[in-house]
Ligand binder design. Structure first.
Ligand SMILES: Cc1ncc(COP(=O)(O)O)c(C=O)c1O
Length: 423
């Protein structure tokens, strides 16, 4: 079945006279895939009714060769668009040379990528892993070990934020303070103290003798694109420095150019002690990273941590190209320009429709909060050929590739206007 699927778009374009039959066939295939998915795969995702078969730039196509404009980028993963030639080429060439060897050997790509990450951030050293949640697990361990080495064994608690999202494995889930993600998975891991986001005083109040760090997102993504006050990170930095706590920023969604800077912390003029990255770092190949200062990194001695696949030659080949693109060309400039334009267009809708409570964004990380559930809008947009997302039930989230252009934004604007008009 999957091989057959791959050839369907060609069949559609080449055999117009058989279009109806192909369409029936694709419906049949769709139903078949749905049934098999229900039978064979954990039902952990509420999937949208579309089978996506290929992508290029800001577009993806479904099994019927219908074209969509992607305003989600796989939830801020394909920040440079789908299958850019220079990344595809790097992956193919590396796949022919070397895909994987254990981290007990040196590999060149990992060194090149770590140099790029170090020279473009506050960090002195990197740990490579495979995903966001794995990076968070790694920072929890790193923060505890740091405190153990420098301050003794009774200092292991981390202050985390209400409404945060850090991942699904047990450590990251325990740091994720939203109860809906915890249900039935208890007991959660000990050692996290939850305070309201964007409230520096609450952090200061929560600090105890066992506190070793503060973990937060520069902008809460899953939490509904919540952007804190401009001076917030600076205040958190000052509190952490005053109490010798590690300032740990989860840049898994905000990093790799999403907010218009390579890292979101750059907007606030501070330097954290640790950040986590994942999602867009290899534009779709699984890669995660911990970036830390030398003082932090050196507590993680040989044998303290590891990851079989972390920083493989293949994944790093893609990530090197991502870094080259973000550092050397106009992607970030486009992100800022298009982000401002997109936000202004959505704000126009905000003025027109009273059910829009708020429109907020930074770079191309934009949320539109409604006074009602918004999944219906997501489905209507899908029908019209646009991929968007709804988070926290009532916040439409837009995370387009950073190469998006005015004309695509205008097309989505017109479609949203049409949907809202009839709503
Ligand atoms: C801020 C943040 N942290 C962590 C994660 C978890 O990343 P992953 O799904 O790669 O484990 C996510 C995923 O959405 C995220 O947005």
């Amino acid at each position: 079945m999957p091989c057959f699927l791959r050839y369907l778009p060609r069949a559609v374009s080449e055999q117009r006279s058989h279009y109806k039959r192909v369409f029936e066939l694709s419906n049949e295939i769709f139903e078949n895939i749905k049934l098999n998915e229900q039978k064979n795969i954990f039902q952990t995702y509420k999937r949208l009714p579309v089978i996506i078969t290929r992508g290029k730039g800001v577009n993806v196509w479904d099994i019927d060769n219908k074209k969509y404009i992607d305003f989600l980028s796989g939830i801020s993963v394909c920040n440079l668009g789908h299958c850019p030639d220079f990344i595809t080429r790097a992956i193919c060439e590396q796949a022919k040379r070397l895909v994987h060897v254990s981290n007990i050997y040196y590999t060149e790509n990992q060194i090149i990528l770590s140099q790029q990450l170090v020279s473009s951030s506050f960090a002195d050293a990197i740990f490579f892993c495979n995903s966001g949640t794995e990076a968070i697990e790694g920072v929890i361990k790193t923060a505890r070990r740091y405190s153990y080495e420098y301050y003794g064994k009774d200092r292991s608690r981390i202050i985390v934020m209400e409404n945060a999202f850090h991942g699904r494995t047990l450590g990251a889930l325990s740091a994720t303070s939203q109860p809906k993600f915890h249900k039935g998975f208890g007991p959660m891991m000990e050692g996290f103290d939850v305070v309201p986001y964007d409230n520096p005083e609450a952090i200061e109040k929560a600090i105890g003798s066992a506190t070793c760090g503060v973990l937060l997102e520069p902008v809460q993504g899953e939490g509904g694109v919540c952007i804190p006050d401009a001076g917030y990170l600076k205040k958190v930095r000052a509190i952490c420095s005053k109490h010798n706590l590690l300032m740990i920023l989860d840049e898994i969604q905000t990093g790799m150019g999403r907010t218009g800077r390579l890292w979101a912390y750059e907007h606030s003029g501070i330097e954290p002690d640790i950040i986590t990255s994942a999602k867009a770092i290899a534009n779709g190949l699984p890669c995660g990273a911990i970036l830390a200062t030398d003082k932090v990194a050196k507590v993680m001695e040989p044998g303290t941590h590891g990851s079989t696949f972390g920083g493989s030659p293949l994944v790093c080949a893609a990530a090197i190209e991502v870094m080259n693109a973000l550092l050397n060309n106009s992607v970030l400039e486009n992100c800022n320009k298009m982000g401002a334009y997109f936000l202004s267009r959505l704000k126009l809708l905000g003025e027109k429709y009273s059910f829009i409570k708020d429109v907020r964004g930074i770079g191309l990380m934009i949320g539109m909060e409604l006074d009602r559930p918004c999944q219906d809008v997501v489905l209507k947009c899908l029908d019209k050929g646009f991929l968007i997302n709804c988070t926290q039930e009532s916040v439409l989230r837009f995370l387009p590739p950073l190469i998006i252009q005015k004309q695509e934004i205008d097309q989505l604007y017109a479609v949203l206007d049409e949907i809202f008009e009839k709503w």
